[in-house]
Design a protein around this ligand. Structure first.
Ligand code: BGC
Length: 810
């Protein structure tokens, strides 16, 4: 397409209209003058709605549901995300979808984020590499991607108004680093900005993020698209670097843009630049993808792929011998999660799976004699005594020591985690743990294996009651078949945790400042996210980052690295041998341990990894590259990364707490001049129960005054505020909210309050900001109405009453 020529063909109105989408999932076609493209969710499968409607997350066409990101990350294998991306791209082409909205690569700041299942890791290197391979592979098929949600979008609570206050160093080293890797290594077609504010500015109109860092520093040349309804102050958005508003904003933002153009706030040159960017990034994609459209997809083959990939993702957390289960043993399966399996999360990524075979059927197909007892219901946390009794009776009747294996299925059920809401603790339903306790009292512990599910760290304090734990995460539609593969030993578990499983929520670094009931979210733990915190402050954990067992064992025998790092890329070699009797795969993790510093630095950081498959007795030498960035920190004073000189230990490890081999390297580089030991002494003290430094200390680190949204008073409200906050301030508002809540009830007739889509919509209304609601309600909530709500919330009734009487008297 000749962009200049096409632009000449468009009217001013068409250029303005082109900046926002058409309906929920398309770009605008300028009255038929240019092709429109379709973009749709993502990330672990295709969610294309059957009939286009705003906010409909239920009725999508059947598609393969691959392991969700939390599971995929545990494979520690970029080929896993690459393989699923190729398959999803094929399904997208069949449906004429030009862009799949994924992958998501936000950092897991807390185990409680409701959307952790859609993200990869607490470590930016791992997250960035897996996202890059997903993007490269999908784009190779001619289908575009949307790397999301940019950035520091690590909680769902108040996701549309919250302000993530992150110091620049933590932002660049932790929260942006995975995005940076993916942008530089894979150049995603689009990048989706998040709903939240970052350091005071919404992501959608944050110039520092969208232009200074993304474009000027990283050299990104694709398009920034807003998360659905994330645009606030639309003119500012485009001036800050946004390229396309999605979805169509019900015409509201088009009007705002037009008014601004008429007032002369938008020049013709700007408009041409913005419309030109849409043409370049989206319309050209339509031309390219048209020729590539597929007509047939082998869904059976994709299901088999989903199964094979999940085989690589599941993590064997404990094994005192109950797994694998030999075929001459009988199996008693306990728990509804074996029947109605949890294999994905709720929200915009919810896939209408093509095949579903549960674990009971899959284990029977694998040749086991299986007895199933439900034991508990997935719909509640409360013990159903009849179900529990039936399970206990079944065990008492059928269990034979050493000849029966109890496979107990447990984990987080649907209502626990999903888009739009966070958890409040790491507990799993009480009805499951109570039953497990009872069962462990009547059988030999060595005959019990747990198969667990969940999209985020959860409580495993019951681990000493069982012999083995196989953690499937949310493993995609073929998870049942994968359970059979792993339980039988047809596949050997090789997943390793891409996040730490803490002992208790109070040990997690961010727990004091996570999901507060107001918009200020202070990232006081700074760079000490995940294992960086546990290792630096010696905090005990349940299962460490990088941990995972196998049915075989591996020996690390040799590490080779140059003695000096002079700035050029180097290679580290590690030799690993399979010392057991079955084939298996091991992920060799390469960490650096800087010398004791006088500035803030994690005691250990992941810098590379490589997964290898080894037959018994086989030995391989793997090569893992390191570069200047491996030894760098973000120097805030210089506004760039700097390689810090010193003596570093390079460690080859089987987990962050299982270092097998070490060598030293002298790094030539810069000196770091910020002596933080004096500036922030609290950071150097033990912090066993989450990071806690004073507000003043944090402000010093943050380098500017913190915002204070939590203390909004009358007069402070505007369209950026959450509907719930605004409406609570006036009687009219409260009545309005009540009516809305009744209306939602009608929209979801017969839905349980715990249903994830119901919960998401309800939270979205309560916590969504007014501007987003105007744009996304399809005309149901008008700007005038919201202006009245804001006016009401800002009004001082007593003063207004006094004025009224004063007027009357006069
Ligand atoms: C989610 C995105 C998703 C979009 C479209 C948003 O609410 O945050 O991840 O891609 O909706 O469904």
């Amino acid at each position: 397409m000749n962009i200049e020529q096409t632009l000449k063909n468009l009217t001013t109105d068409e250029k303005i209209r082109l900046l926002t989408g058409d309906g929920a999932w398309h770009t605008y076609d300028c009255n038929g003058k240019i092709p429109k493209i379709c973009m749709t969710d993502g990330p672990h499968g295709l969610r294309k709605v059957a009939v286009e409607k705003h906010g409909d997350i239920e009725n999508s066409i059947p598609a393969t549901c691959f392991p969700t990101a939390c599971a995929a990350a545990s494979s520690w294998n970029p080929e896993v995300t690459a393989a699923m991306a190729t398959a999803i791209a094929q399904e997208a082409k069949k449906e004429n979808v030009a862009i799949v909205l994924g992958p998501g690569t936000n950092i897991k700041r807390s185990p409680l984020c409701g959307r952790n299942f859609e993200y990869y890791s607490e470590d930016p290197l791992l997250a960035g590499k897996l996202a890059s391979s997903f993007i490269n592979s999908m784009q190779k098929e001619g289908v575009g991607t949307s790397l999301k949600h940019f950035a520091a979008n690590s909680q769902e609570t108040r996701r549309m108004t919250s302000n993530s206050e992150v110091d620049e160093r933590a932002l660049r080293e932790i929260y942006l680093a995975a995005f940076e890797t993916a942008v530089k290594e894979a150049n995603p077609t689009t990048l989706m900005c998040s709903y939240n504010r970052i350091n005071g500015e919404f992501a959608s109109n944050n110039k520092h993020l969208l232009t200074e860092i993304l474009r000027d520093d990283w050299g990104y040349n694709g398009a920034v698209v807003s998360d659905w309804g994330a645009t606030n102050d639309v003119v500012k958005c485009f001036k800050s670097g946004l390229n396309l508003e999605m979805p169509d904003g019900s015409g509201f933002h088009t009007k705002e843009l037009k008014k601004a153009y008429e007032r002369g706030e938008i020049t013709d040159a700007e408009l041409d630049k913005w419309a030109g960017a849409v043409l370049k990034n989206f319309t050209e994609l339509a031309e390219r993808s048209d020729g590539a459209t597929l007509t047939e997809v082998d869904f059976k083959a994709h299901n088999d792929l989903a199964r094979r990939l999940e085989d690589e993702c599941a993590v064997l957390l404990k094994n005192d011998g109950a797994l694998p289960v030999s075929k001459d043993r009988d199996i008693i399966i306990i728990g509804e999660l074996a029947d109605n399996m949890r294999f994905q999360g709720g929200g915009s990524s919810h896939i209408n799976a093509t095949f579903k075979k549960n674990a009971i059927e899959s284990l029977q197909d694998a040749g086991y004699t299986v007895i199933y007892t439900k034991g508990y219901s997935n719909d509640t946390d409360v013990t159903d005594t009849a179900l529990a009794k039936e399970a206990i009776d079944t065990v008492l009747k059928n269990y034979q020591r050493n000849r029966t294996t109890i496979l107990f299925f447990l984990g987080l059920t649907e209502s626990y985690e999903g888009e739009g809401y966070d958890r409040t603790d790491i507990n799993i339903p009480g009805n499951q743990t109570e039953l497990l306790e009872a069962i462990s009292g009547i059988v030999d512990q060595k005959d019990i294996a747990v198969v667990s599910f969940g999209g985020a760290p959860m409580d495993f304090s019951w681990e000493d009651k069982v012999s083995s734990i196989l953690h499937m995460y949310l493993g995609g539609q073929a998870v049942g078949e994968s359970v059979a593969d792993l339980v039988s030993g047809v596949a050997n578990p090789s997943g390793k945790l891409a996040e730490t499983m803490p002992l208790e929520i109070k040990h997690t670094p961010a727990h004091r400042y996570f999901a507060a009931p107001h918009d200020d979210v202070e990232y006081r733990e700074s760079i000490f996210v995940g294992y960086r915190y546990y290792e630096t402050y010696n905090v005990p954990v349940r299962y460490p980052f990088g941990y995972g067992l196998s049915y075989t064992t591996f020996a690390y025998t040799d590490i080779k690295a140059p003695e000096v790092f002079e700035g050029n890329d180097i290679e580290v070699q590690v030799t690993v041998k399979n010392t057991g009797t079955v084939a298996g795969a091991e992920t060799i993790q390469l960490y650096i341990l800087p010398d004791k510093e006088n500035f803030l630095r994690s005691a250990i950081e992941l810098k590379g990894f490589k997964k290898v498959f080894l037959n018994p007795d086989e030995e391989k030498t793997v090569t893992i590259p390191l570069n200047a960035r491996s030894f760098s920190v973000f120097d805030v004073d210089k506004n760039s990364f700097a390689t810090i000189a010193g003596v570093y230990t390079i460690a080859a490890a089987a987990s962050v707490r299982d270092i097998r081999l070490k060598t030293q390297i002298v790094v030539q580089g810069d000196k770091y001049f910020r002596d933080e030991r004096d500036l922030f002494p609290d950071y150097f003290k033990p912090q066993p129960d989450g990071m806690d430094i004073s507000r003043e200390q944090f402000e010093a680190l943050y380098g500017r005054p913190l915002t204070n949204f939590r203390n909004r008073r009358r007069g402070d409200f505007d369209l950026t505020c959450a509907l719930g906050d605004v409406t609570r301030k006036s009687l009219f508002g409260r009545i309005f909210r009540l009516i809305l809540n009744i209306a939602i009830g009608f929209m979801f007739p017969g839905k349980k309050k715990t249903d994830p889509s119901f919960k998401m919509l309800k939270m979205g209304l309560e916590e969504g900001n007014l501007e987003g609601l105007i744009a996304n309600s399809g005309g149901m909530i008008s700007k005038k109405l919201c202006d009245v709500l804001v006016l009401n919330a800002n009004r001082h009734y007593l003063k207004a009453l006094a004025r009224f009487f004063a007027k009357k008297e006069a």
